[in-house]
Design a protein around this ligand. Sequence first.
Ligand SMILES: [Zn+2]
Length: 414
Amino acid sequence: MFTKRCVAFLFFFSIFLTPTVSSVLASHSTKLPSPSINELPPPPQLPDIQIVKGIVKKGDTASSLLNNYLPLKTIYAMDRQSADSFSLRRINKGHPYKIILQEGALIGFEYEINQENKLVIQRKNNGFSINQMPIDYDVTLEVVTSTITYSLFDAVKKSGERSELAWKLSDIFAWDIDFIRDIQPGDRFKVLVEKRYQEGKLAGYGKIQAAVFINKGKRFDAFLHKNSNGVSGYYDKKGNSLQKAFLKAPLAFSRISSKFSTKRMHPILNRSRAHPGVDYAAPMGTPIKTVGDGIITKIGYNKTMGNHVIVRHCNGYITRYYHMSKFAKGMKKNKRVLQGDIIGHVGMTGLATGPHLCFGIKHNGKLLDPLSYNSPSATPVNPHEMEQFLTKAQKLSQTMLTAQKQGPSNKESA
Ligand SMILES: [Zn+2]
């Protein structure tokens, strides 16, 4: 149930070759039992299929990749036609591609747009068909475990995996664990993750289905759940969302230059005044994100707050963002914003001595310390889906306990 096998090359040939040819190729495959020599039909004419594989290099364009095989006029026509699905002009360095030739003539071109989808161009009659298709992988569900001696990245590497997995794992627990400051030697994790292989080689990771992280002796569990609206998220054993209603901070790469206090000396007014928020010193222009879903109730300028935005959230929460250099495009009063949306950029408008964001949060009219309040959790699993969730979570836990770390039989050791 957890293992989906797709044989990439067979899929590929089924697209590009006639049925006759594909059965011929299958009989040459070592995976199928070969008939004895006497039973073999007379050898058919094998078309000369050649696949040129490569990675797009800096400066490469569709024309430079294809002009050995197609007249420029045809490439331009293809380019115009591709605009509807994925423009050939968006071909980017670092992405893999394939040129498929039959007796020297181009019959297909594939380009991996991202880890999920590829652009597939196939010769059809006098023209080409151009489509986006999911990339075929051999997908296996595997358990990865490791213990931290230095950092999460180091521990993931030690288990033979790629750093991409560390990112995925830290994203899941980011609300509970600060992976820079909270991690200590002896922390450990176990992950049940989809691993994607292409031609036996690890090509990347799909979704983490379940994970356990032990941080400073405290255990955190995560189970993937897709709700009936098709939105996926991670939940603990009881179905509580691991996500919080509010981000820890409205901007990354900043330094706290002034903490929340009920009394302090104002640097400009030079008299004692409460500081009902947190100042994050950050370079001019640093993007500022709204910490939670909500609606912009105020956006404008005044002499004290400079360019400022106020966002109203559910359940009586309000957040405010002062001294912006500019607002993000499209921000206006009554606009609905989602957690993490960029609403503006760090500046020093209004009463400010240097570029910083003054951030504050209120709950039912009461000021909170943004650095120490407990953010409410995001919505838990819907009660209607709870039973189904609990059953799945239990199954995933069981799989994690019993599964061995393993890949496809033809996988090269990582
Ligand atoms: Zn401030």
